[in-house]
Design a protein. Structure first.
Length: 214
């Protein structure tokens, strides 16, 4: 099948990471909604694309790929446009370090343990406070990686910024997220620059679109 098709859920952080990469490359694609949370799980035919049932997955001119990191790097290297990975080894290492911090330590507290937990009836305040402490450590580590620069891995936008933006887009909608951004002013400045990018507007989460329409 010719063209580019992304399989995933619009509410997913990791699907949005790939959508941001595609948007920054100005690449046209079709989005096929795959909801991993429906009763019974993902459709059986999707498991042929992703045997673990996770999202996203990509098909580009017949080439099939899954795992967000692999897809984002492939999009950067296979599509024309501005490079999203630094060429200098140390800058690229910083990018990969930031992505690893986000995946290993930041995603769970920022998204699930703060944003999702805060959205539930009768949230567990003790658990949320503990998650905010872990998130604070993560943001401090990212500020250290930034080293005073405007982006997470140097002077130019990279895949690290596209990895972080969907996570921050969620957590900032909570009181804990607002407090974290006030505490980490470098991240707050970074977020303002990221949120103004056309790629962010083109890939907004449904909850962001609902807020803007009210």
């Amino acid at each position: 099948m010719a063209g580019t098709t992304l399989y995933g859920f619009r509410r997913s952080v990791y699907v949005r990471i790939v959508r941001l990469a595609l948007a920054e490359k100005r690449a046209a694609y079709d989005l096929v909604e795959i909801d991993p949370f429906v009763p019974g799980g993902v459709p059986a035919d999707y498991l042929a694309r992703q045997p673990f049932g996770r999202i996203p997955a990509l098909e580009h001119d017949g080439f099939k790929l899954y795992e967000t990191g692999a897809i984002a790097r492939y999009v950067d290297e296979a599509f024309p446009g501005t490079d999203l990975q630094p060429k200098a080894p140390r800058d690229r290492a910083r990018m990969n370090q930031a992505i690893s911090i986000l995946d290993s330590y930041a995603y769970r507290p920022l998204v699930w343990d703060i944003f999702v937990a805060r959205s539930r009836p009768n949230p567990d305040e003790v658990a949320i406070a503990a998650a905010a402490t872990r998130a604070d450590t993560c943001l401090a580590a990212l500020v250290d990686v930034m080293g005073g620069g405007p982006f997470l891995a140097g002077p130019e936008l990279t895949l690290a910024d596209l990895h972080a933006a969907p996570m921050v887009a969620y957590v900032r909608r909570t009181p804990e997220g607002e407090a974290l951004l006030k505490r980490h002013k470098a991240i707050a400045r970074w977020w303002q620059a990221m949120d103004a990018r056309p790629s962010m507007a083109a890939t907004r989460f449904p909850v962001e679109e609902a807020t803007q329409s009210t």
